[in-house]
Design a protein around this ligand. Structure first.
Ligand code: E4P
Length: 217
């Protein structure tokens, strides 16, 4: 499973990209607004840090305006993916853009029907929101499993990005469910390195080694 970072914070992206662990980045208007920086400059900077896909979202609601914004965004860098909301107008835009070779990520997917429609429209990526489904008492991970089955049943090529990831257990569960990608907030990504037994094991190795070295003097 590929790891994308779900952030527009270039310090975090740089830090984890240096480890060779970042396959791409997703942003949305909320995430970009949080950085308090100019949209174009932050997205362009991210595209220079990672080689993989960088999602930048349109803000228009009508198909024609989304298409216009998407064409402009796609010119910013070769690895731009245009994020389009899962609406009727959004899928109209995705159909046009996919024929032009512009990569798209259909966002705010909450059902198998929505994911299937986005895939048939030619979306490069589809983003089911796991955490937000869990928030309303639904099962986000089950949606990933079901979409995996449906895309495989019909040989549909869109890649699943498990989005709205809230913790390490979500990452593990969507990997088991067959997601192609998880897009992970930097805070959750940092926690994936850690396990208390790793810390305990390392502390005891260090203590035992120090005692052994002292005994050799
Ligand atoms: C996906 O690409 C979105 O940016 C993101 O995962 C939304 O997550 P949230 O539910 O934590 O806002």
């Amino acid at each position: 499973m590929k790891f994308f970072l779900d952030t527009a914070n270039t310090d975090d992206i740089r830090k984890y990209a240096e480890l060779g662990l970042v396959d791409g980045v997703t942003t949305n208007p909320t995430i970009v607004a949080r950085e308090g920086r100019d949209f174009e400059s932050v997205i362009k900077e991210i595209t220079t840090i990672v080689d993989g896909p960088v999602s930048a979202e349109v803000t228009a609601n009508e198909a024609d305006k989304m298409i216009e914004q998407a064409r402009a965004l796609a010119k910013w860098a070769d690895n731009i993916v245009v994020k389009i909301p899962m609406t009727e107008a959004g899928l109209k835009a995705v159909s046009v853009l996919s024929k032009e070779g512009i990569k798209t990520n259909v966002t705010l997917v909450f059902s198998v029907a929505q994911g299937l429609m986005a895939a048939k429209a030619g979306a490069t990526f589809i983003s089911p929101f796991v955490g937000r489904l869990d928030d309303i008492g639904s099962d986000g991970v089950k949606l990933i499993k079901d979409l995996r089955t449906v895309l495989d049943n019909y040989g549909l090529k869109s890649e699943i990005i498990a989005a709205s990831i809230r913790g390490v257990q979500h990452v593990e569960a969507v990997a088991l469910a067959g997601s192609d990608i998880a897009t992970i907030p930097a805070g959750v990504f940092g926690k994936m390195f850690k396990h208390p037994l790793t810390d305990n094991g390392l502390a005891s190795f260090e203590k035992d080694w120090a005692e052994f070295e002292a005994s050799q003097k």
